[in-house]
Design a protein. Sequence first.
Length: 163
Amino acid sequence: MDGRALQRRASERAKQLPGSYLDHPFGDEWDVRKVRGKVFMLQTELDGEPVITVKAHPDDALALRSTHASIAVGYHMNKRHWITVHPGDDIDGALVDDLVTEAYLLVLEKNVPKSQWPVDPAAFVDRAGVGTAHAWLALQSAYAFAAERAAGLPAVRRLDPVA
């Protein structure tokens, strides 16, 4: 996936997530996606190359960096909790969708009280233009995964349950 397609796909996915909005706290060269005031994705260019940086669980970040040459530690972010995705043949649209969705859910789960979440998962599938079966399955998978992680089960998995 080339850099412009990477950023376009990530931006489109972020727009579908309830309560997500675009901000520019670091200047016009950084597109920052937030939910309830908390950052879950950044887009910029590094040495002329379009990239995205997303929040990730540390175990997932480590696994992704070891299996994808185009994924590195987060640029100007906590190296343990953020990853930067560069353009590359090992990056596809489904992976980008999963990474953005996971980043969004992580920020909600860790930084936003549940009473302030912008969506009830059951209602998410019914929202016009947002409620795809894939998104619903991704949300359900993420909620189940959070419970599994709390129970001490392995942390690495893909959000795309049909892949």
